[in-house]
Ligand binder design. Structure first.
Ligand SMILES: Nc1ncnc2c1ncn2[C@@H]1O[C@H](COP(=O)(O)OP(=O)(O)O)[C@@H](O)[C@H]1O
Ligand SMILES: [Mg+2]
Length: 357
């Protein structure tokens, strides 16, 4: 059962609205053979209460991306702000205390401490952050284990539990300090589908109760239960409008289009600049009335629709309404470059007045 009808998000929330905000984040690894760009200029905003999934091929940069949010790893360039804190400025020590209060992390391989009971594992973050009264901690840990259906095995060692139970225990541990944000990196990657479904039920319930969840997965059916699906390809975050409009486009083509598109905010009543293609993300563009076209006036372009122009000047006959508009566009140079490298992509983009409605 999906959380909500997946909304087709064409744009991201603004930086001001965001609980998690990455600005121009690069991660470059230095290798003996040279440098490797694992994240390339990531701009990402996630609202409080959102459930966002991160998908992409193996090695595309998903873990590197979520490790920026948790502060497990630091960006080479750019800023990461989570729940009001700029992570770049924190020392390692301050970062781990901050993490204990703000984030719960769930890994693919559970990472419970093998010598401690399940209950003690769940109490550990409370002890580390000194968050609750010591006398309350055990009861609180037990309540969390009850929530994930594990109260009966609370006193066992992790090794006595099934994989699915260990992951549920890891989720209880992630919730120990009641953090606003949960980050899960392939949480069901090591579970069979029935157990994965149980873990997803728990996550879904947590989101329904206000938690913000960022979940990496390469299971598309699980990814689509999120409010928003991010696609990362070779270290690039694909624009949400590309993912929403052409979800089945190959990643190579998504990247190609991603690199050519420009985003532009049009002030109220401003005209579209000369371009060969435009898609409206927010607002509506109206064609300017012209005497010549009185009989066949083109339709307005509403959010989610796009149009290719037979010559760049034709675009300037469209103007934003009084609330302005957010548009994606391809200028003459980008259009020509795409025509040469991917003619079939041009065919897709020429689907006049296209839309996903
Ligand atoms: N510490 C590191 N040093 C060098 N390369 C790394 C390091 N961590 C990750 N990478 C490389 O960055 C790319 C992205 O890795 P990762 O984020 O783990 O991918 P994913 O989680 O999508 O499978 C991979 O090519 C990986 O080899
Ligand atoms: Mg990974």
């Amino acid at each position: 059962m999906p959380l909500t009808q997946p909304t087709i998000a064409l744009s991201q929330p603004s930086a001001e609205e965001a609980l998690i905000h990455l600005k121009e984040v690069w991660k470059v690894f230095k290798m003996p053979a040279g440098t490797f760009e694992a994240l390339k200029n990531i701009n990402l905003s996630i609202r409080g209460g959102e459930f966002v999934s991160v998908t992409g091929k193996s090695g595309s940069g998903k873990s590197t991306l979520v490790n920026m949010i948790t502060g497990i790893d630091r960006p080479t360039r750019g800023e990461v702000r989570v729940n009001g804190t700029l992570l770049n400025t924190l020392s390692e020590g301050a970062l781990s205390v901050w993490r204990g209060h703000n984030l719960g992390i769930v890994f693919q391989f559970f990472q419970l401490l093998p010598m401690l009971s399940v209950l003690e594992n769940v109490m550990l973050p409370m002890d580390f952050c000194n968050r609750y009264d010591p006398a309350e901690r055990e009861e609180r840990a037990m309540a969390l284990l009850r929530r994930v259906g594990l109260e009966k095995v609370a006193h066992k060692l992790p090794a006595a539990l099934s994989g699915g139970q260990q992951q549920c225990a890891a989720i209880a541990r992630a919730l120990a300090n009641d953090p606003p944000i949960l980050v899960a990196d392939e949480p069901t990657g090591n579970l069979d589908s029935r157990t994965a479904a149980q873990v997803m039920e728990i996550f879904t319930d947590l989101v329904a109760h206000g938690k913000t969840l960022v979940m990496v997965t390469h299971d598309l059916s699980l990814a689509q239960r999120a409010h928003r699906v991010l696609v990362i390809s070779d270290g690039e975050l694909i624009h949400p409008a590309i993912v929403a409009t052409w979800p089945h486009l190959s990643h190579t083509k998504m990247r190609l289009l991603n690199r050519h598109l420009q985003t532009l905010r049009l002030p109220p009543t401003a005209s579209l600049p000369a371009c060969r293609w435009a898609m409206v993300l927010e607002g509506t563009l109206h064609p300017r009335p012209s005497r010549r076209r009185l009989l066949a006036r083109p339709a307005p372009l509403s959010a989610g629709t796009w149009r290719a122009f037979s010559h760049a000047e034709e675009a300037t006959t469209y103007t934003a309404d009084t609330s302005g508009a957010l548009v994606l566009l391809l200028d003459e140079k980008a259009w020509e470059s795409l025509r040469q490298s991917a003619p079939d992509l041009i065919t897709t983009l020429q689907n006049r007045h296209g839309g996903h409605a």
